[in-house]
Design a protein around this ligand. Structure first.
Ligand SMILES: NC(=O)c1ccc[n+]([C@@H]2O[C@H](COP(=O)([O-])OP(=O)(O)OC[C@H]3O[C@@H](n4cnc5c(N)ncnc54)[C@H](OP(=O)(O)O)[C@@H]3O)[C@@H](O)[C@H]2O)c1
Length: 451
């Protein structure tokens, strides 16, 4: 039995996927049983990086998702519509789905998985998070027996590229962004990357898989990197840290018995101790650090984007589904289980399907416990540090280190790193500090990575 694939999109990822499917030699032998039978695009006359038989190309994507010949629909067109409708239509026609579309899954994952479970088909999305890094199947399978405590990841290559260059060259954000756009490392509209929205989509998917509950995207706290300056990068360096945009999902330890667990899910620039494995992930590379019990810490690193890396994950998903379809006859020897609601989820391989229905509660940011880095511009007068210390102390914020530098005759810069503190207490202290006449501004407040 050959497995037939219909591809929606032949851009960067689609062409990379087709290239692997058309050259199966030297890869897993099962690839030879997979046939790329339909490819849907917007334009039939556009030059392509890969030569495909013209008869399999079409601009009628509806036809592909309804084609009785097609077993697996691979959606690599991007965007919300028509991708969402085409996937739902494909599911309704009994097709398995492979997608690389994180923004679609982060927004409409519940609708898509509910439809898929009802229809008894798989929706696989390895390529949607961290491109070529096999983090999704790792969480679902290899780490599945662990109680996950936290996931922290550098999962946006564009921001990591910008922050790496800012650190290496001592440049400012706006200049490096402009250059990154010229070189093709950042989009013309960089909002989704630099504001942390792309990383928020991805961490909501990872959190959902790791902690067994759905995540409401609007509850993911999100701060981008626009306000990071070379001054903060230099201070961080001096204090033994590197600044990275981190996406974090962690169990809220104040609620140990909740199921699914109560989480902190957030994206923000973070000071990472130089000794931590994530501190050395540079350029467009991504990395994900998972801490679980009993395993401890695991770090996966690799390319988060690009044709080859992303297609490797897409085809791995196609292969997984193919393997299951090939053995389905054996599985079904026991007869069709009755779920009572007409759903066919119990026919699905439990390590590949996604069955959770409940939502994880997400804790407010005030409840996060972390160390803070803050930089104050103050008047050059005696006693300012004492006043800061008194206000911090009133709010149970204890100071780990403090650096003061004169920036000109009348102003000084004071950098404070706190011990671990509840964010609500720290913010209350900051609100009071802002009332001091000797404090001119607080240009930056950043959190550190806590393990
Ligand atoms: N690029 C990466 O490195 C990467 C990494 C991880 C995940 N992803 C995800 O993978 C997906 C695809 O990304 P990409 O970079 O490959 O995109 P892309 O290069 O822009 O390619 C999109 C493809 O989809 C086709 N398409 C788009 N809208 C269509 C429509 N309405 N009707 C018919 N065809 C349509 C386009 O057809 P034409 O060629 O005819 O215009 C093109 O072939 C996105 O969800 C993205 O977030 C990408």
């Amino acid at each position: 039995m050959g497995i037939k694939v219909g591809l929606l999109g032949l851009g960067t990822v689609g062409a990379g996927t087709a290239a692997i499917l058309l050259a199966p030699q030297g890869r897993h032998p099962l690839l030879q049983e997979i046939e790329l039978c339909r490819v849907g695009v917007r334009s039939l006359i556009k030059p392509r990086s890969i030569a495909l038989p013209p008869e399999i190309m079409t601009t009628d994507l509806e036809q592909i998702v309804r084609d009785p010949e097609v077993d697996i629909v691979v959606e690599v067109m991007g965007g919300i519509e028509p991708a969402r409708s085409l996937i739902l239509e494909a599911i309704a026609h009994g097709k398995h789905i492979v997608t690389a579309n994180k923004s679609l899954i982060a927004r409409h994952g519940d609708e898509i998985y509910t439809a898929a479970n009802h229809a008894g088909v798989y929706v696989m999305l390895e390529a949607a998070v961290a491109g070529g890094i096999p983090i999704i199947q790792t969480l679902k399978q290899s780490l599945g027996v662990n109680q996950i405590q936290s996931i922290s990841g550098i999962i946006n290559g564009t921001t990591n590229y910008i922050l790496t260059r800012m650190r290496e060259e001592g440049g400012e954000f706006a200049d490096i962004l402009l250059d990154a756009q010229k070189l093709g490392y950042a989009e013309a509209d960089p909002t989704a990357d630099v504001e942390g929205l792309d990383a928020a989509d991805k961490i909501s998917i990872l959190a959902s898989l790791a902690f067994g509950g759905r995540i409401k995207l609007k509850q993911v706290h999100c701060e981008g990197i626009r306000s990071i300056t070379k001054t903060d990068i230099a201070y961080a360096e001096q204090l033994g840290f590197v600044i990275k945009l981190l996406a974090i999902a962690a169990k809220d330890k104040a609620y140990p018995d909740q199921s699914p667990p109560r989480l902190s899910v957030r994206v923000h620039p973070t000071l990472i101790p130089k000794s931590h494995p994530l501190a050395s992930i540079n350029g467009v590379y991504n990395a994900v650090c998972v801490i679980g019990e009993p395993l401890g810490q695991v770090v996966l690193e690799g390319l988060g984007a690009g044709a080859g890396a992303t297609a490797s994950s897409v085809v791995a998903d196609i292969l997984q589904i193919t393997a299951v379809l090939k053995t389905q006859a054996v599985w079904s020897l026991g007869g069709t289980p009755n779920t009572g609601d007409g759903s066919k989820i119990s026919l699905l391989h439990p390590l590949l399907s996604c069955s959770h229905q409940e939502y994880c509660e997400v804790s407010p940011m005030e409840d996060v416990n972390t160390r803070f880095y803050s930089r104050f511009i103050t008047s050059e007068q005696p006693g300012v540090i004492g006043k800061l210390g008194t206000i911090f102390g009133t709010h149970q914020v204890s100071i780990e280190s403090i650096v003061q530098k004169d920036i000109h005759d009348t102003a000084a810069e004071i950098v404070v790193v706190t011990h671990k503190v509840r964010e609500g207490n720290f913010r209350a202290a900051i609100a009071e500090i802002l009332q001091l006449s000797s404090v001119q501004s607080i240009p930056s407040i950043l959190r550190t990575l806590e393990q």
